[in-house]
Design a protein around this ligand. Structure first.
Ligand SMILES: [Zn+2]
Length: 305
Protein backbone atom coordinates (compact mmCIF):
# COMPACT_ATOMS: atom_id res chain seq x y z
CA UNK A 1 0.00 0.00 0.00
CA UNK A 2 2.84 2.35 0.91
CA UNK A 3 4.25 2.01 -2.61
CA UNK A 4 0.88 2.66 -4.18
CA UNK A 5 0.45 5.76 -2.07
CA UNK A 6 3.92 7.01 -3.07
CA UNK A 7 3.16 6.46 -6.78
CA UNK A 8 -0.20 8.20 -6.31
CA UNK A 9 1.48 11.20 -4.67
CA UNK A 10 4.20 11.38 -7.37
CA UNK A 11 1.60 11.22 -10.18
CA UNK A 12 -0.35 13.93 -8.35
CA UNK A 13 2.72 16.17 -8.10
CA UNK A 14 3.57 15.63 -11.80
CA UNK A 15 -0.02 16.44 -12.83
CA UNK A 16 -0.02 19.56 -10.64
CA UNK A 17 3.31 20.73 -12.20
CA UNK A 18 1.91 20.27 -15.72
CA UNK A 19 -1.34 22.00 -14.71
CA UNK A 20 0.46 25.04 -13.27
CA UNK A 21 2.82 25.23 -16.29
CA UNK A 22 -0.19 25.26 -18.64
CA UNK A 23 -2.07 27.83 -16.51
CA UNK A 24 1.06 30.03 -16.29
CA UNK A 25 1.72 29.87 -20.02
CA UNK A 26 -1.94 30.44 -20.95
CA UNK A 27 -2.14 33.49 -18.69
CA UNK A 28 0.99 34.97 -20.36
CA UNK A 29 -0.13 34.41 -23.90
CA UNK A 30 -2.15 36.08 -26.68
CA UNK A 31 -3.22 34.62 -30.03
CA UNK A 32 -3.49 36.37 -33.42
CA UNK A 33 -4.18 35.11 -36.95
CA UNK A 34 -2.27 36.08 -40.09
CA UNK A 35 -3.12 34.37 -43.38
CA UNK A 36 -2.69 30.65 -42.65
CA UNK A 37 -0.65 31.09 -39.46
CA UNK A 38 -1.85 31.35 -35.91
CA UNK A 39 0.57 33.50 -33.98
CA UNK A 40 0.90 32.90 -30.25
CA UNK A 41 2.72 35.61 -28.36
CA UNK A 42 4.08 34.66 -24.95
CA UNK A 43 5.46 37.05 -22.31
CA UNK A 44 4.40 40.01 -24.50
CA UNK A 45 5.52 43.42 -23.29
CA UNK A 46 8.62 41.94 -21.64
CA UNK A 47 12.15 41.71 -23.04
CA UNK A 48 11.67 37.92 -23.21
CA UNK A 49 8.68 37.94 -25.61
CA UNK A 50 8.44 34.76 -27.69
CA UNK A 51 6.38 34.46 -30.91
CA UNK A 52 5.22 31.00 -31.95
CA UNK A 53 3.82 30.56 -35.48
CA UNK A 54 1.56 27.53 -36.02
CA UNK A 55 0.78 26.70 -39.66
CA UNK A 56 -1.50 23.71 -40.19
CA UNK A 57 -2.53 22.08 -43.46
CA UNK A 58 -6.04 20.81 -44.18
CA UNK A 59 -4.66 17.27 -44.46
CA UNK A 60 -3.47 15.57 -41.29
CA UNK A 61 0.23 14.81 -41.05
CA UNK A 62 3.25 15.10 -38.78
CA UNK A 63 4.06 18.16 -36.66
CA UNK A 64 7.51 19.69 -37.14
CA UNK A 65 8.62 22.15 -34.45
CA UNK A 66 11.48 24.48 -35.41
CA UNK A 67 13.43 26.54 -32.87
CA UNK A 68 16.01 29.20 -33.74
CA UNK A 69 17.64 32.11 -31.99
CA UNK A 70 18.56 30.13 -28.87
CA UNK A 71 22.04 31.65 -29.48
CA UNK A 72 21.80 35.33 -30.42
CA UNK A 73 25.09 35.45 -32.35
CA UNK A 74 23.87 32.94 -34.97
CA UNK A 75 21.77 35.16 -37.21
CA UNK A 76 21.78 32.56 -40.01
CA UNK A 77 19.53 30.41 -37.79
CA UNK A 78 16.84 32.89 -36.85
CA UNK A 79 16.80 34.65 -40.25
CA UNK A 80 16.20 31.23 -41.87
CA UNK A 81 13.42 30.27 -39.44
CA UNK A 82 11.64 33.58 -40.10
CA UNK A 83 11.36 32.71 -43.80
CA UNK A 84 8.94 29.88 -42.89
CA UNK A 85 6.28 31.89 -41.06
CA UNK A 86 4.42 32.62 -44.35
CA UNK A 87 4.63 29.11 -45.79
CA UNK A 88 1.32 27.55 -46.85
CA UNK A 89 1.11 24.00 -45.55
CA UNK A 90 -1.11 21.45 -47.30
CA UNK A 91 -0.38 18.39 -45.17
CA UNK A 92 0.90 18.34 -41.58
CA UNK A 93 1.83 21.21 -39.29
CA UNK A 94 4.89 23.43 -39.02
CA UNK A 95 5.44 25.31 -35.75
CA UNK A 96 8.17 27.98 -35.94
CA UNK A 97 9.78 29.76 -32.98
CA UNK A 98 12.29 32.02 -34.78
CA UNK A 99 13.67 33.94 -31.80
CA UNK A 100 13.46 31.77 -28.68
CA UNK A 101 16.06 33.78 -26.79
CA UNK A 102 15.10 37.39 -27.56
CA UNK A 103 17.53 39.07 -25.12
CA UNK A 104 20.43 37.17 -26.74
CA UNK A 105 19.23 37.95 -30.28
CA UNK A 106 18.68 41.64 -29.44
CA UNK A 107 22.26 41.93 -28.20
CA UNK A 108 23.75 39.64 -30.86
CA UNK A 109 25.34 37.52 -28.11
CA UNK A 110 25.37 33.77 -27.50
CA UNK A 111 24.17 34.23 -23.91
CA UNK A 112 20.78 35.49 -22.81
CA UNK A 113 19.70 36.59 -19.35
CA UNK A 114 20.47 33.21 -17.77
CA UNK A 115 23.71 32.38 -19.64
CA UNK A 116 23.71 29.86 -22.49
CA UNK A 117 20.05 28.86 -22.87
CA UNK A 118 21.07 25.64 -24.62
CA UNK A 119 22.61 24.50 -21.31
CA UNK A 120 19.46 24.92 -19.20
CA UNK A 121 17.24 22.09 -20.41
CA UNK A 122 18.33 19.63 -17.68
CA UNK A 123 16.75 21.87 -15.01
CA UNK A 124 13.36 20.78 -13.66
CA UNK A 125 10.23 22.57 -14.86
CA UNK A 126 8.78 25.32 -12.68
CA UNK A 127 12.13 25.67 -10.93
CA UNK A 128 12.49 29.38 -11.71
CA UNK A 129 16.18 28.86 -11.03
CA UNK A 130 17.38 31.18 -13.81
CA UNK A 131 15.92 34.31 -15.48
CA UNK A 132 15.37 32.12 -18.59
CA UNK A 133 13.41 29.37 -16.81
CA UNK A 134 9.98 30.51 -18.05
CA UNK A 135 11.19 30.53 -21.68
CA UNK A 136 12.82 27.10 -21.31
CA UNK A 137 9.56 25.79 -19.74
CA UNK A 138 7.64 27.18 -22.74
CA UNK A 139 10.01 25.36 -25.15
CA UNK A 140 9.49 22.10 -23.19
CA UNK A 141 5.71 22.58 -23.33
CA UNK A 142 5.86 23.10 -27.13
CA UNK A 143 8.07 20.03 -27.59
CA UNK A 144 5.34 17.89 -25.98
CA UNK A 145 3.06 18.60 -28.96
CA UNK A 146 5.59 17.85 -31.74
CA UNK A 147 6.62 14.74 -33.66
CA UNK A 148 9.89 16.22 -34.94
CA UNK A 149 12.00 18.91 -33.28
CA UNK A 150 14.71 21.01 -34.97
CA UNK A 151 17.08 23.54 -33.45
CA UNK A 152 18.79 25.84 -36.00
CA UNK A 153 22.34 27.06 -35.35
CA UNK A 154 25.32 28.59 -37.11
CA UNK A 155 28.77 27.38 -36.04
CA UNK A 156 32.45 28.05 -36.68
CA UNK A 157 34.34 26.11 -39.35
CA UNK A 158 33.23 22.78 -40.75
CA UNK A 159 32.42 19.57 -38.93
CA UNK A 160 34.34 16.53 -40.17
CA UNK A 161 34.50 13.12 -38.43
CA UNK A 162 38.25 13.07 -39.21
CA UNK A 163 40.78 15.78 -38.35
CA UNK A 164 41.59 17.53 -41.64
CA UNK A 165 42.62 21.01 -40.48
CA UNK A 166 42.03 23.58 -37.74
CA UNK A 167 39.00 24.70 -39.68
CA UNK A 168 37.64 21.24 -40.54
CA UNK A 169 37.59 18.68 -37.69
CA UNK A 170 35.39 16.79 -35.15
CA UNK A 171 35.24 19.80 -32.80
CA UNK A 172 33.75 22.20 -35.38
CA UNK A 173 30.01 22.58 -35.91
CA UNK A 174 29.50 24.12 -39.37
CA UNK A 175 27.58 22.24 -42.10
CA UNK A 176 26.23 19.29 -40.15
CA UNK A 177 23.04 17.58 -39.00
CA UNK A 178 23.62 16.90 -35.30
CA UNK A 179 22.11 13.89 -33.53
CA UNK A 180 22.59 12.89 -29.88
CA UNK A 181 22.46 9.15 -30.62
CA UNK A 182 22.30 7.06 -33.81
CA UNK A 183 19.34 4.96 -32.64
CA UNK A 184 17.14 5.62 -29.60
CA UNK A 185 15.23 2.71 -28.04
CA UNK A 186 11.73 3.65 -26.94
CA UNK A 187 10.14 2.00 -23.87
CA UNK A 188 7.56 0.25 -26.12
CA UNK A 189 10.30 -1.52 -28.09
CA UNK A 190 10.17 0.81 -31.10
CA UNK A 191 13.29 2.67 -32.24
CA UNK A 192 13.92 6.23 -33.36
CA UNK A 193 16.34 5.85 -36.27
CA UNK A 194 18.04 9.23 -36.00
CA UNK A 195 21.20 8.34 -37.92
CA UNK A 196 19.24 7.05 -40.92
CA UNK A 197 17.05 10.14 -40.98
CA UNK A 198 20.00 12.55 -40.60
CA UNK A 199 21.83 10.76 -43.45
CA UNK A 200 18.79 10.93 -45.75
CA UNK A 201 18.40 14.65 -44.99
CA UNK A 202 22.13 15.23 -45.67
CA UNK A 203 21.93 13.34 -48.99
CA UNK A 204 18.89 15.36 -50.06
CA UNK A 205 20.62 18.62 -49.07
CA UNK A 206 23.97 17.79 -50.67
CA UNK A 207 22.35 16.94 -54.01
CA UNK A 208 21.49 20.66 -54.20
CA UNK A 209 24.85 22.05 -53.01
CA UNK A 210 27.32 22.26 -55.92
CA UNK A 211 30.43 23.05 -53.85
CA UNK A 212 31.42 19.89 -51.95
CA UNK A 213 33.29 21.99 -49.37
CA UNK A 214 29.86 22.95 -48.05
CA UNK A 215 28.26 19.50 -48.00
CA UNK A 216 26.44 18.53 -44.80
CA UNK A 217 27.80 15.69 -42.67
CA UNK A 218 26.04 13.79 -39.90
CA UNK A 219 27.54 14.70 -36.52
CA UNK A 220 26.60 12.04 -33.96
CA UNK A 221 27.68 13.56 -30.64
CA UNK A 222 26.83 10.29 -28.78
CA UNK A 223 25.92 12.63 -25.96
CA UNK A 224 25.05 10.04 -23.29
CA UNK A 225 28.27 8.06 -23.83
CA UNK A 226 31.25 8.42 -21.48
CA UNK A 227 33.41 8.83 -24.59
CA UNK A 228 31.34 11.71 -25.97
CA UNK A 229 33.29 14.79 -27.07
CA UNK A 230 30.22 16.83 -26.14
CA UNK A 231 28.99 15.87 -22.68
CA UNK A 232 27.88 19.50 -22.24
CA UNK A 233 25.10 18.72 -24.72
CA UNK A 234 23.35 16.71 -21.98
CA UNK A 235 21.91 20.07 -20.94
CA UNK A 236 20.74 20.96 -24.47
CA UNK A 237 17.30 21.31 -26.03
CA UNK A 238 17.72 18.37 -28.42
CA UNK A 239 19.04 16.03 -25.70
CA UNK A 240 16.02 16.93 -23.52
CA UNK A 241 13.62 16.40 -26.47
CA UNK A 242 15.09 12.96 -27.20
CA UNK A 243 15.79 11.59 -23.73
CA UNK A 244 12.90 13.13 -21.76
CA UNK A 245 10.19 13.35 -24.41
CA UNK A 246 11.29 10.69 -26.92
CA UNK A 247 10.99 12.98 -29.95
CA UNK A 248 12.88 12.63 -33.20
CA UNK A 249 15.18 15.61 -32.96
CA UNK A 250 18.13 17.16 -34.77
CA UNK A 251 20.15 20.34 -34.67
CA UNK A 252 20.91 21.84 -38.09
CA UNK A 253 24.13 23.84 -38.27
CA UNK A 254 25.35 26.04 -41.09
CA UNK A 255 28.87 27.41 -41.07
CA UNK A 256 29.84 31.00 -40.22
CA UNK A 257 32.65 30.75 -42.80
CA UNK A 258 30.55 32.12 -45.67
CA UNK A 259 28.33 35.11 -46.39
CA UNK A 260 25.09 35.45 -44.44
CA UNK A 261 22.88 34.84 -47.54
CA UNK A 262 24.89 31.65 -48.18
CA UNK A 263 24.42 30.48 -44.57
CA UNK A 264 20.67 31.15 -44.84
CA UNK A 265 20.66 29.28 -48.16
CA UNK A 266 22.33 26.21 -46.56
CA UNK A 267 19.91 26.15 -43.64
CA UNK A 268 16.94 26.66 -45.99
CA UNK A 269 18.17 23.69 -48.07
CA UNK A 270 18.43 21.61 -44.87
CA UNK A 271 15.00 22.74 -43.61
CA UNK A 272 13.33 22.06 -46.96
CA UNK A 273 14.97 18.62 -46.98
CA UNK A 274 13.59 17.85 -43.50
CA UNK A 275 10.09 18.98 -44.51
CA UNK A 276 10.15 16.69 -47.57
CA UNK A 277 11.73 13.79 -45.68
CA UNK A 278 9.18 13.73 -42.82
CA UNK A 279 6.19 13.90 -45.19
CA UNK A 280 4.97 17.46 -44.70
CA UNK A 281 3.63 19.08 -47.88
CA UNK A 282 3.91 22.83 -48.36
CA UNK A 283 3.12 25.04 -51.35
CA UNK A 284 5.64 27.85 -51.21
CA UNK A 285 8.86 26.74 -49.57
CA UNK A 286 11.39 29.60 -49.38
CA UNK A 287 13.94 30.01 -52.17
CA UNK A 288 17.31 28.31 -51.66
CA UNK A 289 19.15 30.73 -53.97
CA UNK A 290 21.63 32.99 -52.08
CA UNK A 291 21.09 35.77 -54.66
CA UNK A 292 17.33 35.77 -54.01
CA UNK A 293 18.00 35.66 -50.24
CA UNK A 294 20.42 38.61 -50.54
CA UNK A 295 17.76 40.63 -52.39
CA UNK A 296 15.16 39.74 -49.74
CA UNK A 297 17.52 40.99 -47.04
CA UNK A 298 18.16 44.27 -48.88
CA UNK A 299 14.39 44.70 -49.37
CA UNK A 300 13.73 44.13 -45.66
CA UNK A 301 16.43 46.64 -44.70
CA UNK A 302 14.99 49.32 -47.00
CA UNK A 303 11.53 48.73 -45.47
CA UNK A 304 13.00 49.33 -42.04
CA UNK A 305 14.63 52.68 -42.81
ZN1 LIG B 1 24.19 27.61 -31.52
Amino acid sequence: MANHRRIFILVGIAAACLFFTVIYLVSNHKTYSKQDAQIHRYFGGTNQAVSVYVISGKEKGPTLLVFAGIHGDESGGYLTAERYVDVKVKKGTIIVVPRLNLPAVSRGKRQGLGGDMNRLFHLPENSNSTPDSKVVDLAKYLIKNADYVLNLHQGEGFYSPQWISHKRNPYKWGQCNVIDAPIFDLPNGDKLELDNLAKRIAARSNSRIANKQFHFQVNNTNTASNKSLHKEQRRSLTYYALYQQHKTTLALESTKNCTLPQAISFLTIAMNSVIMEVGIQAENLPSEDPLVIGREMTGKRSQLF
